[in-house]
Write a protein that binds this ligand. Structure first.
Ligand code: ZN
Length: 147
């Protein structure tokens, strides 16, 4: 079942991530440290290597592949919500190699920052909580009513 909720932008954080950091862990760490429980994230920059996931809709599981070469982050788009009562970052990336060929998918741990400029929009609204979704096998949003 789909739904839409009204939320408000409250704050925007803009900055640079640490060289050598794990891209996903670094964004998650910022959200945990600042207790950002609802938001959006976008970034550009470069990574020294990448690990990307693809959800197999039939097997209902993620497969992962590594790209062991420097890549440009031509786009990172993601959101921040709650999973197991902690801030959880779900992000997708498009990464381009030296010939301009692009890879894309679900950002996984193992993608290492060379340089990264990041914008996080902090949102205010009901708690978006991830829980098991039977239709897809994914961990999708639901809203706790009264929350
Ligand atoms: Zn994803």
């Amino acid at each position: 079942m789909g739904f839409l909720k009204e939320i408000k932008k409250t704050n925007v954080l803009m900055g640079r991530l640490r060289h050598g950091a794990d891209l996903l862990d670094e964004i998650t760490g910022i959200c945990t440290d600042r207790d950002i429980r609802l938001g959006c994230v976008e970034a550009i920059g470069a990574v020294t290597r990448a690990r990307i996931g693809f959800y197999d809709q039939e097997k209902r599981e993620y497969g992962y592949y590594n790209i062991d070469e420097p890549l440009e982050i031509t786009n990172l788009t993601g959101n921040i919500s709650i999973k197991d009562n902690s801030p959880f970052v779900h992000a997708h990336v498009t990464l381009a190699d030296s010939t301009g060929r692009a890879y894309g998918g679900h950002l996984a741990q193992g993608t290492i920052v060379f340089a990264c400029e990041c914008v996080i929009e902090v949102l205010e609204g009901p708690a978006f909580e991830r829980g098991f979704d039977r239709e897809t096998g994914l961990s999708l949003w639901s809203i706790k009513e009264g929350g």
